[in-house]
Design a protein around this ligand. Structure first.
Ligand SMILES: Cc1cc2nc3c(=O)[nH]c(=O)nc-3n(C[C@H](O)[C@H](O)[C@H](O)COP(=O)(O)OP(=O)(O)OC[C@H]3O[C@@H](n4cnc5c(N)ncnc54)[C@H](O)[C@@H]3O)c2cc1C
Length: 373
C-alpha cells in the first residue's frame, strides 16, 4: 500500500515522520513529493530583513532526512491530482499512484485579489523576497512614509505585527525617524487571540508612535497611496501589506477537486469533503483561524494518524485547534500567546519579554536538531 504526501513544509514533514513511526516499511510505502529540495523554517524569515541570519540556521536538505526514516523523496513539482484515478501527475510527466494522499502544499499570497497591490508591497513569504525586502529596508531614509497592513481575508496576521516591531527597532537602532502607519481589517489587534495580547500591541504601537486603524479594508492601491474603507488615503514610500491566500496552481488544474480560490475544504478529521482517501493539512485547507506552522504540524500528525486508523478500520480523530504563538516584538523581546485545551480545561495566557524571544530562537534550533541531525 502506498501513501503519498505532497509538500514537505511543517505539515508534510511531520505527516511523513508520523506515518513512518506507525507503519512498517515492508507493507507500506511512503512517498513525499516536493518542488523544493529543502525544508525552510519559515518563522525565521521575519529576521532576514533586519538581522544577519545565515540560511543554514533555518533550512536543511530533505533527501537525507527521508532516506534516514525510510520514505522515498521525489523532488518534482505536482501538475495536477486525479482523485478518481488515485494519481498524481508531476510536471515532468511522471505519474504517481497512491492509496492515500496527504496534501500539504501550503498556499500562496494572492496579490491580485487586492486591487493595485501586485508589485507594490514588500514581502517576507520566501527567502528571496525577504532578502529583497532587506535591501529596501536598508535604503530607507529619514521621513519616508512607511505603511504596514493586513488586508481583508488574510489569515497570517502575526507576520505584520512582527514586521512592524522589528522595523521600528531597526529604525531606532539606526537613528532614522520615519512616520509609520499600521492598519488591519481585524476589529482589534490580533483579534480573538487574547485580550492581553491586544492591549500589549496597542501599548507598543503608541510607544513607537505608530498611527493605526483597525476594522478597515483596502479599496484599492493607486498612485503610491492605500485607499482605506474609512476614507483615509495612506501615502507610502515603503509598503508591506499581507494579502489573502490562494491555493497552489496545481489545485486549479485538478478537475476532480472542489476548492475556493485553490483552498481545499476539509471536515474535522482533515479529510477532503469529497474524497475520503485524501487529507489536506496546514495552509492548504480551509480550517478557520490563523494559519501557523504549529497548526500545520499538528494537522500533519493528526492526518497521518487518521490514515493509519482508516487502514485499520478504527474511528477517526477530530482536529482541535489550539494556539501557541510566539510573536517577535523588536526591542521588547517577544510575546508568547497560549490558548490550549488541556486535560484540566483551557490553558490561556500571554507572556512578554526576553524569554519568549529566546523560546522562538530555541524553537528554530529544536526543529533543526530534531529533523536534520
Ligand atoms: C515570515 C513568516 C513568519 C511566520 N511566523 C510564524 C510563527 O512565528 N509561528 C508559526 O507557527 N507560523 C509562522 N508562520 C506561518 C507558517 O510558516 C506557515 O503557516 C507554515 O509554513 C504552513 O505550513 P504548510 O506545511 O502548510 O505549508 P508550507 O510550509 O508552505 O509548505 C508547503 C510545501 O509544499 C511544497 N509545494 C508547494 N507547491 C508544490 C507543488 N506544486 N508540487 C510539489 N510541492 C509543492 C513546498 O515546496 C513546501 O515543501 C510564518 C510564516 C511566514 C512567511
Amino acid at each position: 500500500m502506498r501513501i503519498a504526501i505532497v509538500g514537505a513544509g511543517f505539515g508534510g514533514l511531520n505527516a511523513a515522520v508520523e506515518l513512518r513511526k506507525k507503519l512498517k516499511p515492508s507493507q507500506f510505502q511512503i512517498i513525499v513529493i516536493s518542488d523544493h529540495p529543502q525544508f525552510v523554517f519559515r518563522p525565521s524569515l521575519i529576521w532576514l530583513p533586519f538581522h544577519n541570519h545565515p540560511l543554514n540556521k533555518f533550512t536543511f536538505p530533505l533527501r537525507p532526512l527521508f532516506e534516514k526514516i525510510g520514505a522515498a523523496f521525489i523532488e518534482n513539482g505536482v501538475q495536477a491530482i486525479k482523485p478518481k484515478q488515485n494519481q498524481i501527475l508531476c510536471k515532468n510527466g511522471e505519474i504517481i499512484e497512491y492509496d492515500y494522499l496527504i496534501l500539504a502544499s501550503g498556499a500562496s499570497p494572492d496579490w491580485k485579489r487586492i486591487k493595485g497591490l501586485e508589485g507594490e508591497s514588500a514581502s517576507v513569504y520566501h527567502i528571496s523576497s525577504a532578502l529583497q525586502t532587506r535591501k529596501m529596508v536598508k535604503e530607507l531614509k529619514e521621513d519616508e512614509s512607511i505603511v504596514i497592513g493586513i488586508a481583508q481575508g488574510n489569515q497570517t496576521q502575526g507576520i505584520a505585527y512582527e514586521f512592524l516591531f522589528e522595523l521600528a527597532a531597526f529604525l531606532n537602532e539606526h537613528h532614522i525617524k520615519c512616520p509609520i502607519t499600521f492598519f488591519t481589517y481585524e476589529k482589534e489587534f490580533f483579534e480573538a487571540k487574547s485580550k492581553k495580547a491586544t492591549s500589549k500591541l496597542e501599548k507598543l504601537m503608541t510607544k513607537n508612535q505608530v498611527k493605526f486603524y483597525c476594522n478597515v479594508s483596502i479599496e484599492k492601491i493607486k498612485g503610491g497611496k492605500v485607499y482605506l474603507s474609512n476614507r483615509e488615503r495612506l501615502a507610502y514610500s515603503f509598503l508591506l501589506t499581507l494579502p489573502p491566500y490562494k491555493g497552489k496552481e496545481f489545485i486549479f488544474s485538478s478537475k476532480g477537486l472542489k476548492h475556493e480560490n485553490g483552498i481545499l475544504p476539509v471536515n474535522e478529521t482533515l479529510q477532503s469533503v469529497q474524497w475520503e482517501n485524501i487529507y489536506v493539512v496546514g495552509d492548504a485547507n480551509d480550517m478557520k483561524g490563523t494559519k501557523t506552522g504549529r497548526a500545520a504540524e499538528q494537522q500533519g500528525i493528526l492526518a497521518a494518524g487518521n490514515v493509519v486508523k482508516q487502514i485499520k478500520n478504527e474511528p477517526l480523530q477530530s482536529y482541535q485547534p489550539d494556539q501557541l504563538y510566539i510573536m517577535e516584538l523588536g526591542n521588547e523581546g517577544a510575546m508568547l500567546i497560549i490558548n490550549q485545551l488541556t486535560d484540566n480545561g483551557i490553558l490561556k495566557g500571554t507572556i512578554s519579554g526576553v524569554l519568549p524571544h529566546m523560546m522562538k530562537r530555541a524553537f528554530e534550533k529544536y526543529y533543526m536538531f530534531k529533523f536534520s541531525e
